[in-house]
Design a protein around this ligand. Structure first.
Ligand SMILES: C[S@@+](CC[C@H](N)C(=O)[O-])C[C@H]1O[C@@H](n2cnc3c(N)ncnc32)[C@H](O)[C@@H]1O
Length: 291
């Protein structure tokens, strides 16, 4: 008679082996690389706005060299892809899809195909533009009902079109959904951040959805931006908040476009939301959106 070997129960206490240490170190390294990249990118944008004297030019060259030494945008994006699981337990599209599926269409919008809520009826598809996507497979699981197009300054796979959103032509046929996940904070210039959101309005159909993800400290620990302030900016740019979610590291917003805006007029006018100190404190950051 052969005796069945009893399996030993797994220890309740977590053990630390070389693999977990390595994983932790890789994660710490990619987080450090992402932070440094953001700091340098912001300084670069700020210096570009100043008179180009020899000191400024020298510092700009230094920054370029450091970024290059770090592996450039390519290394930043790889670190960003690597960080996805750790940062948020999967990519941010999961939260968005969950919200989208739970949305109900109010009766007054029943015949409006562009009032995006739940799955589209009659095997139709939603059109979605994923800006700063890095990877083109964020919405592949929903391929039957979401026709997604992904763009990025530096695509990491062939499913993403290489394009700069600021130069991307406003389409004749507008999108029903737009995603700006961790992209607004990537843009180093405060004014360009405002323009990015304003352009998002022009790319969307009325009643279409805008999904935004930001690092939590952008709206919860900045001298120049709070959650309330950010929502006011979005309101000014024609959006109303549908729902939001705050995690330890990230803030997720889902907005609906409720009116069209005139970008030229907004750009020509004195900023309605200039850089104004809202919260002082040495440990705060300088994230800001100007429009
Ligand atoms: C932190 S990654 C975010 C990646 C992904 N969306 C996510 O949520 O993990 C920011 C990406 O935005 C892209 N990006 C920044 N400005 C852009 C622009 N003007 N047009 C297109 N892509 C842009 C960068 O190239 C970078 O890949």
């Amino acid at each position: 008679m052969t005796l069945k070997r009893k399996r030993l129960p797994k220890p309740v206490v977590a053990t630390t082996n070389n693999k977990t240490i390595r994983k932790k170190k890789t994660h710490q390294f990619s987080q450090a690389l992402i932070s440094k990249f953001h700091v340098l990118n912001k300084e670069k944008e700020r210096l570009k706005q100043q008179p180009q004297n020899s000191e400024v030019i020298e510092r700009l060259n230094e920054i370029e060299k450091t970024i290059e030494h770090m592996g450039g945008l390519d290394a930043y994006q790889k670190a960003s892809l690597l960080g996805q699981d750790k940062r948020r337990g999967g990519d941010s599209s999961k939260w968005f899809i969950k919200q989208l599926l739970s949305l109900k269409k109010p009766t007054e919008f029943e015949n409006d195909d562009n009032y995006i809520a739940g799955k589209p009826s009659n095997s139709k598809t939603y059109s979605l533009l994923d800006i700063g996507a890095v990877s083109g497979s964020n919405y592949s699981k929903e391929g039957k009902w979401i026709k997604a197009k992904a763009i990025d300054l530096n695509p990491q796979d062939s499913l993403v079109e290489k394009a700069d959103f600021f130069e991307y032509p406003i389409p004749a046929e507008k999108y029903q959904i737009l995603c700006l996940s961790l992209v607004i904070n990537f843009v180093g210039d405060n004014k360009k951040r405002g323009i990015m959101i304003a352009r998002a309005n022009k790319f969307l159909v009325k009643n279409g959805l805008l999904f935004i993800v930001l690092p939590n400290p952008c709206v919860n620990n900045s001298r120049y931006c709070t959650d309330e302030h950010f929502k006011k900016i979005l309101d000014y740019l024609g959006f109303t908040l549908v729902t939001s979610h705050v995690s330890r590291k990230l803030v997720y917003y889902l907005f609906r476009k409720i009116k069209d805006i005139n970008i030229q007029k907004i750009q020509k006018a004195k900023p309605k939301f200039p850089k104004v100190l809202l919260n002082d404190g040495v440990s705060r950051n300088n994230f800001c959106v100007v429009i």
